[in-house]
Design a protein around this ligand. Sequence first.
Ligand code: DHB
Length: 376
Amino acid sequence: MLGQLLHLHGIDSVIVENRSQPYVIERVRAGVLEQATVDLLHEVGLGERLAREGMRHEGVYLAFNGTRHRINMAELTGGRAITVYGQNEVVKDLIAARVQTARPLHFEVAGVSVRDLEGSHPAIEYTAGGERHQIDCDFVAGCDGFHGVCRTTIPAGHLQLYERTYPFAWLGILANAAPSSEELVYSLHDNGFALFSMRSAQVTRLYLQCAPDEDIHQWPDDRIWAELKTRLRTDDGWGPNEGPITQKAVTPMRSVVAEPMRYRRLFLAGDAAHIVPPTGAKGLNLAVADVWRLSNALAAYYGSRSESLLDDYSDQGLRRTWRAQRFSWWMTSMLHKSASDNPFDHKRQLAELDYVVHSRAAMTSLAENYVGVPLG
Ligand code: DHB
C-alpha cells in the first residue's frame, strides 16, 4: 500500500519481501476493512474488484444468553460500514498494481539488514538470486511485521515496548459452506468466545477461543463443528452452516506497542510497531492508516522539504494505535472467558454486553470504533 501511495506521489520506492508471491497471496489472514480503508483503496485505484466482491456490512451481531442482538453501525455513524474482503485479496490487488507500475518489488529475498541509520543515507542489504544487493535510501519504511528486522535494528534505549499477552488464542477455520448470516456474529458462551464471519457467498470463516498452546491435532473437524455449534447457536435456531474445512490455524493473542514509531530515517508501520488482538479487526486497518500518514509526510518532504509531517508521524500514529488498542482490549475482555475470572467477573461481563446492546450511547461507542475513525 505504501508503494502504491508513493507511486501516486511520484516518489520512487523499492519493496523487498522475504516470502514468495504465492505465500503472501494465499495466506489467509484478517478480512474486515474499515470504511476509511475501503475509501482509500478506491482513491488509489484499487476499488474495482473490492466493489464487486467485497461484502459491505452495515450491522454486526453480539450474541449472549442465547440471543443475537444487532447493532446498526451505519445508522449510528452517519452511514459508515465495514467491508468483508480478505487481507490476502487486498495484497493480490496491490501486487497487480505494483507490477503495472513496473516499479521494483522483490520476493524471496534473504538476509535483509538495515545499515547507516545514523547518517542521511541509510542502506538496505539483501540477498537474492545468490547475490548480495544494496539499496541506498533516503528513508527506510519498516513494514516488515513484528518479527521483522527493522524494529530490532533500532539501538537499545531508543524504544519502549508496552505489552500484554492474553491467556487464550483463536482457532480459526475456513469452510466451504454458505454463510448462514449476512453479518458477523461475536458470541460469548459459557465455553468461551466464538466468532462467525465469512469470505464470500460460498465460504464461511469461523473462530473459537482456545488455549494459547492449543494443539491443533486435538481438533478433528467434527470436534470443531460441535464446539462452534454449541457456542454460536441461539434460541431462535440460528447457527453456522457446516461444510468441508479447508484451513485450520491457531492465532495467539497479544497487544504490543513500540514507542516511538520512528528512529532517525527509519519509520515503523503496521505490525512492526504494534500488534492488536484480533477481536475488533483493527490490525490491517491500523497498518493502512500508518502508511497513508507516512506517504503524505514523504510527499511533503519531497515537495517542499518540510519535515513537520515526518516529525508528527509517530505521535499521530501512537494516538490512533492506543485508541485501537483500547478498543481491541475492551472487545477481547468483554467476549472471552478467562481462567482467572470468578462468577462476579462473568456476571459483570454479561452486564457489559447487556448495556452495549440496549444503550444507544454504548452501542454508538462500539459502532464508531468498529467502522473506524477517519484517516488524519
Ligand atoms: C475476522 C477477523 C477478526 O479478527 C474479526 O474481529 C472479525 C472478522 C475475519 O477474519 O473475518
